[in-house]
Design a protein around this ligand. Sequence first.
Ligand code: NAD
Length: 516
Amino acid sequence: MATKSEAGIVHKPVAQEVADLLQSLGVPEASWHGGTRAARSPITGEITAHVVEAEASAVSGAVARSVAAFEAWRTVPAPRRGELVRLLGEELRAHKTALGRLVTLEAGKIVSEGLGEVQEMIDICDFAVGLSRQLYGLTIASERPGHRMMETWHPVGPVGIITAFNFPVAVWSWNAALALVCGNSVLWKPSEKTPLTALAVQALFERAVTAFGGAPEGLSQLLIGGAEVGAALTDDVRVPVISATGSTRMGRIVGERVARRFGRSILELGGNNAAIVCPSADLDLTLRGIAFAAMGTAGQRCTSLRRLIVNESVYDTLVPRLAKAYASVSIGDPREAGTLIGPLIDAEAYEGMQKALETARAAGGRIHGGERVRADAAADAYYVRPAIVELDEQIDVVKHETFAPILYVLRVGGLPEAIKLHNDVPQGLSSSIFTSDLREAETFVSAEGSDCGIANVNIGPSGAEIGGAFGGEKETGGGRESGSDAWKAYMRRATNTINYSRQLPLAQGVSFDVEG
Ligand code: NAD
């Protein structure tokens, strides 16, 4: 059914547009037509396709193919492996508009964010291509004469990638682009809420493989299914690395299961990100930084701003301005140019938001916004006005991640009090300070400042670039993906000692002479 928006724009039926996009991206119809798992768009709540799922019992065969692919791929020179990732980047460039649009239709992101997600994939491909000529190891001074020591980095094996709905394609690419240049095969278990974008990425990968010529079969495989498929991957001892992105609840299960078999896990879990606003902050800049970080993506980023810690001297100026911005922000169909806030992913997300607001209200929170809007447009689509909740203290509900646009605001005195409050949550992903005072900024990014994996000055906590290592501490899981030296987590390190002398001195002066 065609829909007419509040702005009077008539949209093609979502299911029709999805079908057109899947066809233009070369996704075989048999994979999304007539399957058992319904794909849904949060824009209207309508079912857009029925995808074919993998049974958990099929995971073992996929892993066997992945092992065979790994054994061939690890012998291909790394710069040549980089060529495949370069070709993937070319496919993504050529299909950026279509894939970005599919992200909008399936995850509900506004158009610029859907495109931005694909841009992030292109950027990490470029990064990985350069990296394919820079997989450096150290040389180390040996204590023994005529000996040389060095560190070499080797492919590790199939890498299992489990992803969340809110970055349905970029997170795969952060992992896969690095894993592939490092010489590994990959197996991807995408979110069950976003199977179509995963199918589209797989189709683009297959095109890159064709252009490359000679990549092993099964180098990158897609396993569509629920948690049970992810669990089967997690438990398979032939998969040495599991990179899992999602809730802390999921990470607790996956982390333990991987550890039980001595595998390596890269955990990218929930955040509870805060910003501190100091007396010297540039309030215009601060307001814009907060607005994007807290309301953008309808509060459904792992790095979304969830707690605002405001110095008492600027509180009464900043918070009313913020409330005004919240009251007037445009909420609606993410396909439309003026929209800044699209829908929540589903009913569960909406209910979680309302429950957190009720708890905060009962504890004396003063709430601005938070109500459902456009409820008459589609019964199973959930659009909400982002909420500000003013609180006198950091109560229990604030210490949990509610994956929705709620910003808890707290009033504080000096910076030490602000940092203490900032760090007093179980999660440790991203953080910010808004200040023009050098001492305050440096303190925040120092050892006694923010305890997060990401600490920013005068920008919000969300919207990271791919050049830096991405991830967080405490219940966020400790994993790092993307830039810097995150690639090391996808390789096996070997320390080599080479004796080029005619003697056999032992380390630490140990003697062990035998007759013979
Ligand atoms: P989720 O935990 O519900 O699901 C994530 C993925 O884990 C899905 O593919 C799901 O099928 C799979 N899964 C669930 N249980 C599993 C199990 N027992 N074994 C194996 N796999 C299992 O998360 P979601 O609702 O899709 O995403 C939102 C969450 O993800 C938020 O908490 C958000 O902060 C987090 N997130 C974190 C990052 C990061 O980099 N730190 C990035 C994006 C999202």
